[in-house]
Design a protein around this ligand. Structure first.
Ligand SMILES: *[C@@H]1O[C@H](CO)[C@@H](O)[C@H](O)[C@H]1NC(C)=O
Ligand SMILES: *[C@@H]1O[C@H](CO)[C@@H](O)[C@H](O)[C@H]1NC(C)=O
Length: 180
């Protein structure tokens, strides 16, 4: 079982809520999280969903395994899609209620925490410094997933984008990693 958690940030009338889903790979876990949020928000819908699940390990050409690849894809690519699906009705409610033109956080948005390490363009020559097969490929796939969602949800006026937040100290790196 995956131990990764998913952090959701909900912005409703300037209220922030962090929600931890114990297992983002479980449909039961994501749908019960969605129901929980629905019961708190009532009819107002959800303005912003941030997919922030993470799991930490790095693999190079010698150490990479099929299991490591599949685990990382599950957490970074597959889970964000299905968490987004579970929360889609709430996002659609918020998007439909907004009287404002255009798209954005004020209306409804899905944000994927991606990484510059998922950039194909930057994984060349001098900038190809971090070689983790599991991390780089699953983040590149997440970027495409975001594009697919953006195209699908545009008619509903739900903004979908990937962000590279920069280097953030989290449990993932452990206490001994220094900030570059
Ligand atoms: C891969 O990582 C292992 C463990 O960190 C290390 O011992 C090994 O030298 C690395 N191999 C390559 C090809 O970088
Ligand atoms: C982003 O990832 C989510 C989750 O990361 C995924 O479902 C969706 O396809 C991607 N879209 C967004 C919002 O980023």
């Amino acid at each position: 079982m995956l131990r990764a958690t998913e952090t959701l940030l909900v912005i409703v009338n300037c209220t922030f809520m962090f929600l931890f889903i114990p297992d983002v790979s479980s449909e039961q876990s994501t749908s019960s999280a969605s129901e929980q949020v629905q019961s708190i928000l009532g009819n107002s819908g959800l303005n912003c969903l941030i997919n922030n699940a993470a799991i930490g390990f790095s693999t190079n050409i010698s150490t990479v395994t099929p299991e490591a690849m599949m685990t990382m894809f599950q957490v970074y690519t597959v889970a964000p899609l299905f968490v987004t699906k579970a929360f889609l009705p709430l996002l659609q409610t918020a998007a439909a209620k907004s009287g404002d033109p255009g798209m954005g956080f004020h209306r409804a948005a899905v944000i994927n925490m991606s990484s510059v390490l998922g950039s194909i363009t930057l994984n060349c020559r001098d900038t190809a410094k971090f070689r983790s097969y599991v991390y780089c490929t699953s983040k590149a796939a997440l970027n495409m997933l975001t594009r697919c969602l953006a195209a699908d949800l545009e008619p509903s006026k739900i903004l979908c984008m990937s962000l590279h937040p920069g280097w953030v100290r989290t449990d993932m790196e452990g206490p001994h990693v220094s900030t570059p």
